[in-house]
Design a protein around this ligand. Structure first.
Ligand code: T5A
Length: 220
């Protein structure tokens, strides 16, 4: 059975994940690669409905329900989209995965990590990313970018302290000690997300090329 590649983009609000994912999907597509781009929450009919509920500023959702809704969207996306794409040999680019749950619901909301880990195992059925690119930039700059874009969603409306806890959590995740203790997350590398879109994309491509030079070749 062929096995594609699962590359996850992670980071705090407005770090440029969607932008970089789109650039990479275009880059791969123009080189004839079979690429599938999806995001969390969402990416399926059920997931998109869950996304609407989760991000609606009018939704009153307690932390445990929030975590379970993210997991439900994930379970649907993994089984319906990601697994089949990987089995067909595609490169799957995923905008957020369970590292976000550890950061937002674990450190941000304060839910026990052991509970999140167990629930996540149900949602992913053991699927581990081949690589997670963690885009980093100052929290306030990322939030400012998100605000500039328009009305803030329910998550973006959380207080600054919450977003700072989340950003700090993401930093912790890049340490080798944390990664060794969390094999379910796969390898995580930091990518500096400051500077122009093109500059960040060069870093993204450079990181991928170091690991998989044949899949991400140097071309004109
Ligand atoms: N969440 C998610 C959880 O709490 N738990 C979970 O388990 C999961 C999976 C998802 C929310 O759900 C939370 C996290 C989130 O709060 P979302 O809308 O998908 O909601 O949120 P984000 O993933 O944060 O999406 P954003 O669009 O806000 O951030 P991105 O994708 O990092 O940023 P992007 O690329 O859209 O760029 C933001 C703006 O900046 C500009 C773009 O044009 C855009 O306007 N930009 C740049 N400007 C200048 N220079 C650059 N280099 C730029 N790159 C992008």
């Amino acid at each position: 059975m062929p096995r594609g590649l699962l590359v996850v983009f992670e980071g705090a609000e407005g770090a440029g994940k969607s932008t970089q994912l789109r650039l990479l999907a275009d880059w791969l597509g123009s080189r004839g690669r079979d690429v599938v781009a999806v995001r969390e929450p969402g990416g399926t009919v059920v997931g998109d409905e869950i996304r609407r509920i989760l991000l609606d500023p009018n939704s009153d959702i307690v932390s445990r329900a929030e975590a379970l809704l993210f997991m439900a969207s994930r379970a649907q996306l993994v089984e319906r989209e990601i697994r089949p794409a990987l089995d067909s040999g595609a490169i799957v680019l995923l905008d957020r995965f369970f590292l976000s749950t550890y950061a937002y619901q674990g450190i941000g909301r304060g839910l026990p990590e052991s509970d999140l880990r167990a629930t996540n195992a149900i949602a992913t059925q053991g699927l581990v990313p081949d690589l997670t690119l963690l885009l980093t930039m100052p929290v306030a700059d990322g939030l400012a970018r998100a605000v500039e874009r328009g009305e803030r969603d329910r998550m973006e409306r959380a207080e600054l302290a919450f977003h700072e806890r989340v950003a700090h959590a993401f930093e912790t995740f890049t340490t080798s000690g944390w990664q060794t203790a969390h094999p379910e997350c796969g390898p995580i590398v930091l990518v500096d997300a400051t500077g122009s879109e093109a500059a960040v994309f060069d870093r993204v491509l450079g990181t991928l090329r170091t690991r998989w030079p044949g899949t991400f070749p140097v071309t004109s």
